[in-house]
Design a protein around this ligand. Structure first.
Ligand code: GUN
Length: 295
């Protein structure tokens, strides 16, 4: 068996086209233009690159972006003041604080200072808690993007064995909760799991977000499994790779996402979707994504 490669760029492009149309309808009906504030603290080059991508993606679909660059030396109180100012601005429908923050900043306080109705990253405690009962205001972008990829390919989740490798707050844990909500049988593995293969081999759908190149080898994957690679690793030769031995696993899986070009483009796209949904809600317009947004 040779897997079908899931083209995340193509799925993202079609969702971004829908985004453009939603922005235009919103503008014509209400005069509202969706606005996203992106807060970057310090000069981490990877974060700067992610922020630049998000700002560019906003521009491409007609979302106005407000970039706030703050020095690494900023204290928590001053950052909270900035969040408060952005929260009070009616032109801003989404606020994103790029992570990681410098270690002296109280990240939990900062993330929970964002009003839930503007928490388009889905990192506020209310949104995190909402995942447990399937009722978030905004689902977090990367797991939401994975769900949309599975939906797009017509891959059912209900009653299937899903193994999530990686238990981060941003990807692994919310991913597991969202798949449980969709009635999958979910196992979560993490850095301390012993004999990882005994779990992964059972997966009908394997989602890998561990940040380790070549963690998943062909012998760890069931024939016909769906393999979703969320990893982004820079190799010593400068190339970007996921967590899965793509060429090997591709010979055994039924579907596989490449890195780059799989889940990555979906993450930024779901941020755009959440921001537009927020603006539609603020303007009192029915939101196109409302049924899908159920965590
Ligand atoms: N850092 C790495 N991934 C993310 C993300 O999805 N959102 C934010 N705000 N920071 C990140």
């Amino acid at each position: 068996m040779v897997a079908k490669i899931i083209d995340g760029r193509q799925v993202a492009a079609s969702i971004r086209q829908e985004c453009r149309e939603r922005v235009e309808v919103l503008r014509q009906r209400t005069g509202v233009v969706p606005g996203l504030a992106v807060v970057l603290v310090g000069d981490n080059p990877a974060s700067a690159l992610y922020v630049a991508n998000k700002v560019r993606a906003c521009g491409e679909v007609g979302i106005r972006s407000f970039r706030q660059e703050l020095p690494a030396s900023i204290d928590t109180a001053t950052l909270l003041d900035t969040i408060q100012r952005l929260s009070a601005d009616p032109a801003i429908h989404g606020i994103l604080v790029q992570l990681p923050l410098p270690p002296h900043i109280d990240m939990r306080r900062v993330l929970s200072a964002i009003p839930v109705e503007k928490d388009v990253d889905g990192f506020h405690l209310y949104n995190v808690g909402g995942l447990v009962v399937g009722n978030t205001v905004f689902p977090p972008c990367t797991p939401y993007g994975v769900c949309r990829l599975l939906e797009h390919e017509g891959i059912p989740v209900e009653a299937r064995n899903v193994v999530v490798v990686g238990a981060s707050n941003i990807v692994g844990k919310p991913m597991a909760l969202m798949l449980m909500q969709r009635e999958a049988t979910v196992s979560i593995c993490h850095a301390k799991t012993r004999d990882l293969a005994q779990y992964t081999i059972l997966a009908d759908i394997l989602v890998v977000a561990a940040g380790k190149p070549n963690l998943i080898l062909p012998q760890m994957v069931k024939t016909g499994a769906v393999v979703i690679d969320v990893g982004i690793n820079r190799l010593p030769n400068g190339k970007i790779a996921g967590d899965v031995d793509f060429e090997g696993v591709r010979q055994k899986a039924s579907y596989i996402t490449p890195v780059p070009g799989g889940v990555g483009p979906m993450t930024v796209t779901m941020l755009l979707v959440n921001t537009i949904t927020s603006a539609e809600r603020a303007a009192g317009l029915p939101t196109e994504g409302s049924s899908r947004n159920a965590a």
